[in-house]
Design a protein around this ligand. Sequence first.
Ligand SMILES: Cc1cc2nc3c(=O)[nH]c(=O)nc-3n(C[C@H](O)[C@H](O)[C@H](O)COP(=O)(O)OP(=O)(O)OC[C@H]3O[C@@H](n4cnc5c(N)ncnc54)[C@H](O)[C@@H]3O)c2cc1C
Length: 469
Amino acid sequence: MTNSSFSPIHIIGGGLAGSEAAWQVAEAGVPVILHEMRGVRGTDAHKTDGLAELVCSNSFRSDDATSNAVGVIHAEMRLAGSLIMACADKHQVPAGGALAVDRDGFSDAVTAAIHQHPLITVVREEVTGLPPEDWDLAIIATGPLTSPALAEAIRERTGKDALAFFDAIAPIVHTDSINMDICWYQSRYDKVGPGGTGKDYINCPLDEAQYNAFVNALIEGDAVGFKEWEGTPYFDGCLPIEVMAERGRETLRHGPMKPMGLTNAHNPTVKAYAVVQLRQDNALGTLYNMVGFQTKLKYGAQAEIFRMIPGLENAEFARLGGLHRNTYIHSPTLLDQSLQLKARPGLRFAGQITGCEGYVESASIGLLAGRFAAAQRKGETISVPPATTALGALLNHITGGHIVSDEEPGKRSFQPMNINFGLFPELEPGSIVKPEGIKRFRGKDKTIMKRQLIAARALEHCKTWLGAA
Ligand SMILES: Cc1cc2nc3c(=O)[nH]c(=O)nc-3n(C[C@H](O)[C@H](O)[C@H](O)COP(=O)(O)OP(=O)(O)OC[C@H]3O[C@@H](n4cnc5c(N)ncnc54)[C@H](O)[C@@H]3O)c2cc1C
């Protein structure tokens, strides 16, 4: 296998994250043993034995690095020598502004590159327990469909509440797109609680007619079915809102939309018939999630229906809701900044199992885990990307940026996240300046400029981080 004097790093899972991690480790001159079970045991979604198989869409989403957060992470990964991006670029198919790939060509290219690398050995086997102690440096990148035996071993080690088998995602909204002329800040009954202020939620009021129209829209909305193997993962307190709406016209008003203990700051004498609450989702305060609004509605229907809520008429969604089979750990409490399990240094997690979501995001966390593990093996200082980069913003969200809610049982407030501009720190005050010669500089123009500036800053800081500036 190797001409390297370093002992190998073990990587479990040869999907998007594990393949990228293996590449990064090997390119740093450290040998890798990559354990992939397909070929011996399949999953419910994969169809081939190829590494980095795309289980559904063939799109890596927007490739616009000037004003789209996904495009920015593409660009940063390319700068960092990503195998996944190199193979995607090579097998691109026409898709407008998106980067879409020929899925077989892409997976074949990743598989060939991994097999041909002199420092990588691929072992086709299911790893059924946590890595043995003599695998001193290891990365678990087994994805949303981690095999049951390994998932159980992780659960035993991390605790029951720290490993989820389904996500139940409520939509997340960019704070600056919420209309605060209609909404107001208040916690129910002004409760301060531990670490609160009494004004921790954003509240959106509905009158009776608005509530009824909203419930009708939910019932008529187009929902997506569960796949046969996903089962119907409804558990207490996590019913999709459209299912709650179907159970009775008043159900939502007595559940997530109850108006009790809330007084409309703009109109204190009129009691709202129902209230939608949004809770701060990240430490930066740039994102708020819609409390109790997990849903199986199709994305198009969600945006249309949720914009019926007063105050959310122009809402920009950082991510829409969903409910899927998905194995992921409670990273904000379990992992340190270099993706290491605090309870077992040397063991890292990467990919979707860390609570990121999407092909590119999973690969990017694999890229980081690989670089961190290789640096550790070589006795080098681990260099974490700054939070102003897309890689750093996503890493930061997973390992601490998300606010952990004590109120929710089972630590369910941490839900998988895509890269989006809400995860980046704000620009320096005064950065957004009206360009000369433009008469009207509206909110939309400011948002576009803000995104362009955040994107440019990210790429500049990423180059500096990589020593490529
Ligand atoms: C049904 C479904 C559809 C999805 N569709 C999309 C989509 O359209 N677009 C998108 O961006 N994202 C999608 N995702 C989300 C996610 O981005 C992908 O699942 C992505 O592949 C995650 O990358 P990963 O490397 O973390 O996991 P994976 O790519 O799933 O790789 C994990 C690997 O680990 C292996 N493995 C599991 N357990 C073991 C074990 N015990 N021992 C050894 N090997 C093991 C698996 O065989 C697999 O090869 C989807 C997810 C699912 C489940």
